[in-house]
Design a protein around this ligand. Sequence first.
Ligand SMILES: Nc1ncnc2c1ncn2[C@@H]1O[C@H](COP(=O)(O)OP(=O)(O)OP(=O)(O)O)[C@@H](O)[C@H]1O
Ligand SMILES: [Mg+2]
Length: 237
Amino acid sequence: MISLQNVTKTVRSGTEDLTILDDVSAEIPDGQFVALTGASGSGKSTLLGLIAGLDSPSEGMIFVDGENVTEMSEDDLAELRSKKIGFIFQSFHLIPSLTAFENILIPMEIRGVRDAAERAHELLEDVDLVNRGHHYPTELSGGEQQRVAIARAFANEPSILLADEPTGNLDSKNGKHIFDLMTGLHSKRDVTLVLVTHDPQLAAQAERQIVLRDGRVISDEMAVREGKPGLQVVQEI
Ligand SMILES: Nc1ncnc2c1ncn2[C@@H]1O[C@H](COP(=O)(O)OP(=O)(O)OP(=O)(O)O)[C@@H](O)[C@H]1O
Ligand SMILES: [Mg+2]
């Protein structure tokens, strides 16, 4: 469970304080698929970064599985991230000096996972990139790089996957492929998926949609479809 309690983020911009998240509260139960939407600059990436403990809120608290992320040391945060959280960035963030295979392998080796190489190979299979394992990121297309990033995010079997517009830089065919991979892995491994997207059609496939505007939650709704709970287009305010 992710619990956001009155989270506010203020940054100093020149001589002024700028509030980029304003009193955001939400509880995201285990295994839920949430779409986080809102206009550019509404605070989506900031919120995702706070959940991952990459940044800290100015006010409020964030709990991940009962642990207060806002009060953790850098070491404890790093451990939490490596154990529980997979993060997929919009711009892939692969390590350029490592091959696709190594990009997936290294997080597991750091964590001391047994049979890491075998598992890295399986993950390459999951994202359909077995014959690209020896390629460096510059030798891969955008969609392929994003698939490596997804495999890497899944390497430590996180219970939470945070994805910041993972399909934003891809054409619609590749975007759909990436989306299907993420939702497929989400249902197969029952991970909590928080997906930032600008695409209303993708957002509509989530179980829940949270909409931000100017750092505030303006809508937070579960999707309901007759006969198929949890799978309907969400009304936006
Ligand atoms: N470190 C910072 N200093 C000053 N302003 C910041 C900082 N980080 C973010 N902002 C501002 O906070 C607002 C929210 O940024 P954020 O990146 O969270 O938006 P977003 O919803 O992810 O937008 P996009 O859809 O364009 O990615 C923006 O107006 C941004 O300029
Ligand atoms: Mg963003």
